[in-house]
Design a binder for this molecule. Sequence first.
Ligand SMILES: [Zn+2]
Ligand SMILES: [Zn+2]
Length: 256
Amino acid sequence: MDLRVLGCHGGESPKHQCPAFLLDGRVCLDAGSITNMLSLKEQQKLEAVVVSHAHLDHVRDLAMLADTRTQQGGPPLVIASTPGTIAVLKRHFFNDRLWPDFSKIPGQKNPTVVFQSLKPEIEIELCGFRVKPVTVDHSVEAAAYVVGDGTSSIVYSGDTGPTDRLWDVMKEQDNLRALLMEVAFPNEQAKLARDSCHHTPISLEKELKKLGAKQRDLPVLLFHIKPVFQKAVEQELAKIKARNNTILNIGDQYLL
Ligand SMILES: [Zn+2]
Ligand SMILES: [Zn+2]
């Protein structure tokens, strides 16, 4: 599985981009930075966007992506997520007020986007991948995803604070190659992290202890650091020993 990091931060500047991770050039995990990172041709090749939750830093580029694809024609883009997140996208985003309802454009019979509801912990086939959402603990309905291509699989945490079920589900996975894991704030902002259901390096270290014995050395690819706190969080992460942690950068590519 080819993983390309389009965006991996918890905020935006010319050097920071919101979360979006491209798998094999056709499925994207979250939509924080799709249209400013992919060429028009690459945008056209996308088959689905799997959305962790409806916060803007994870869904914003669905707007321009849908608009451009209407003009490009071709098969509809699948927007897949858990039912609560799909409901928010329909009601508050593609609602003909904030943005046109591209599930009816150009017409009901040939829509630009189709929404696909995913039930937690039910694995489905999506564009050649096996995709399973797992509910995590964030300030709104949010899911992590186990995504596999038959030979390898990865887990994408989305946004979450301390959570339990995800770690149990991971223990059942045999062919896990990497965990994309969020961490947002430095340790001194622990209250803010707790209130907003994100991680600090200390809470992350505690959380990683929930990894099963056979996954102790699993590569952990970290994302969602808030740009203002980038340096502080990086310094604190460097103090976490005995873990296979890597802080992701825009443009990183992995063959997993
Ligand atoms: Zn969030
Ligand atoms: Zn976020």
